[in-house]
Write a protein that binds this ligand. Structure first.
Ligand code: 8X3
Length: 245
């Protein structure tokens, strides 16, 4: 099979790449980290095709991917959260970057590759969403909203793809230890590490195994949405402002 993975140079994307490579699948590995892509190519010379690509670059993404006609699985994994301040204190530029990566990047890859999947009457798109797209939390504002978009976009794709044999899954992980927090807290190691302190978090490999499992399902099965959390992560109560009324 031929798998296209965005954000293939770290975290869930990289762990997925390793699993598919161990299965002798061919992988189009998309990322911005040239050195890491070169290392992955060195590790799997016959299986990995590295593409140095920023998924926010509409022209480059559409131009580069339009020449590839035989992708079986597209894993829209690249994305990020920036900042944890409340919306009213956050940076507008961070909002732009999250929208451009988490939403527009997914649109560019999907829009380019989807017609070819429909033509071939086969294909699977796995969009990596997040529990933050369903459950609000302080500081989640635009990050969570971009993942709500991914949730609904995935379901709407399913509606349009009826009868095409092309499948779409939105995979929505909770806390996974990757460089996610390092990026969210903009390099503040202390805050990033604290996020995972004494928590039996999910690992990239846990999610990669789930992605791989979805890819092995027979073509008559479509997982629409799959939410997955560490057992140690759960829900909180509502916040109430108490004052004399
Ligand atoms: C991130 C999940 O729980 O860290 O996608 O907000 S969580």
């Amino acid at each position: 099979m031929k798998i296209c993975i965005t954000g293939a140079t770290s975290g869930i994307g990289e762990a997925s790449l390793h699993l598919f490579a161990q299965n002798s699948d061919h992988i189009i590995a998309i990322g911005r980290n040239e050195a890491k892509l070169a290392q992955l190519k060195l590790q799997y010379p016959d299986l990995v095709t590295p593409l140095i690509l920023d998924i926010r670059d509409k022209e480059k993404v559409t131009k580069t991917l339009s020449s590839i006609n035989d992708i079986d699985i597209l894993i829209n994994n690249a994305g990020l959260a920036l900042g944890m301040d409340p919306a009213q204190k956050s940076e507008l530029n961070d909002w732009d970057i999250m929208v451009d990566s988490n939403i527009k990047g997914v649109l560019y890859t999907t829009h380019t590759l989807l017609p070819k999947m429909v033509e071939r009457k086969q294909g699977l798109i796995i969009n990596v969403g997040s529990i933050a797209g369903t459950y609000p939390y302080p500081g989640g504002h635009v990050y969570g909203a971009t993942k709500s978009f991914i949730h609904q976009f995935s379901l709407n794709l399913r509606a349009d793809l009826a009868g095409t044999n092309v499948r779409v899954t939105c995979l929505e992980p909770g806390m996974v230890k990757t460089n996610f927090s390092e990026i969210r807290y903009k390099g503040n190691h202390e805050k990033a590490n604290k996020a995972y302190e004494n928590i039996a978090y999910l690992t990239s490999e846990d999610i990669a195994k789930t992605i791989f499992w979805i890819s092995t399902l027979p073509s008559h099965i479509n997982i629409n949405v799959l939410e997955i959390m560490p057992t140690a992560q759960s829900f909180g109560r509502f916040h109430y402002e108490r004052r004399s009324i």
